[in-house]
Write a protein that binds this ligand. Structure first.
Ligand code: A3P
Length: 345
């Protein structure tokens, strides 16, 4: 199928399907490739890709764009708090992050036909902003369209899968992370979340990454598209490692980019409220914190053993997790694929 972006979407079949299915037992609607770049997405992209491409961005929108596990949720909370809750008195703050900063293409991760007993329930935001909405349709897309301005939105899609005038219309914050830490975090994510469940080893996961066989890959191309636009005044490019090393300085830069004009007290509020320990304690990523205790959604064994979504929140953790062989492969991947000027911290 041809997309409005000019790409072609095809279902992953045959040998490639068998290779991926061996380790990825989630993805109930299968996987698709978007050519010529070989982007890999869950099967529902076939139906929804054009809706994402044609998503109507507005002047006051701020879009947080990342490859998975690069600090998206942290940035969502930072930006929403800076824009809507700098005095920590907004009554909607206890809502899940995904309710306040909708994930445009989150519907890709919900089965097209949810099995019996897996009813999708309307969240606070959906009830308020989509009272006539269709929960059996793409409800995250409906919510992304419906929330009031100024909207803060999240995507893991790359620039080329949105209309080319995105940066003329809206502000974008792109967060990049060292691929080795991203790899460890993405592996954990794939073991934790049942709908993406991965049952192979770290070595096998790294091989899939290197072959551009992880959903939302290729990471190098995702990065390259954003890196090449980094001087655009409506794009703020930031590294996870810089947020970790100097959050005060990075909040100041974000304040200048967003035009939020925060006071020193408000900066202190944002820093504390979005710290790893406070976000982990609130555990409000998904629709409610009960989600993470539900074994049909989260693998409880992994959650107990290795941690939940808010796992470690550190830079450089790869040093104690990656074997010398995998480190060598990742270094080679960085050298070969990330040859467009980016330097990881
Ligand atoms: P780790 O698995 O390395 O701990 P994303 O939101 O893009 O999925 O990224 C998730 C990663 O960001 C996880 O990394 C998670 O722990 C980390 N993270 C989430 N909130 C954070 C915070 N407030 N400060 C630092 N890291 C955070």
């Amino acid at each position: 199928m041809k997309l409005d972006s000019g790409h072609t979407v095809t279902a992953v079949e045959g040998e490639e399907k068998a290779k991926l299915k061996k380790h990825f037992v989630g993805y109930p609607d299968g996987l698709v490739r978007v050519s010529p770049d070989r982007w890999l997405f869950p099967g529902r992209y076939m139906d929804l890709g054009n809706d994402y491409y044609n998503f109507e961005f507005r002047k006051d929108d701020v879009l947080i764009m990342t490859y998975p596990k690069c600090g998206t949720t942290w940035t969502q909370e930072i930006v929403w708090t800076m824009r809507n809750n700098p005095d920590l008195d907004n009554p909607d703050a206890p809502w899940a992050v995904m309710d306040r900063v909708p994930f445009i293409e989150f519907d890709l991760f919900f089965p097209k036909h949810p099995p019996e007993g897996m009813e999708i329930v309307a969240t606070n935001a959906f009830q308020r902003y989509c009272p006539e909405g269709d929960l059996r349709g793409a409800f995250n897309l409906q919510l992304s369209r419906a929330i009031p301005e100024p909207r803060t939105l999240k995507t893991h899609l790359p620039f080329s899968l949105f209309l080319p005038d995105l940066l003329e219309k809206s502000k974008v914050i792109y967060v990049a992370r060292n691929p080795k830490d991203m790899l460890i975090s993405y592996l954990h994510h794939h073991r934790l979340l049942r709908n993406q469940e991965f049952i192979g080893t770290l070595e096998e996961f790294a091989d899939h990454f290197i072959s551009d066989d992880l959903v939302y890959g290729p990471y190098w191309l995702h990065l390259k598209e954003a890196w090449q636009k980094r001087d655009h005044p409506n794009l703020h490019f930031v590294f996870y490692e810089d947020l970790k090393a100097d959050i005060k300085g990075e909040l100041k830069k974000l304040d200048a980019f967003l035009g939020t004009g925060l006071s020193e007290d408000q900066f202190a509020n944002v820093e504390k409220y979005t710290s790893f320990s406070e976000m982990k304690a609130r555990d409000s990523l998904f629709f409610n914190s009960e989600v993470s205790k539900n074994d049909a959604l989260y693998n409880q064994e992994i959650r107990t053993k290795d941690g939940g979504f808010f796992r470690q929140g550190q830079s450089g953790g790869w040093k104690t997790k990656l074997t010398p062989e995998v480190t060598k492969k990742m270094d080679e991947w960085i050298r070969q694929k990330c040859d467009f000027g980016i330097k990881f911290k």
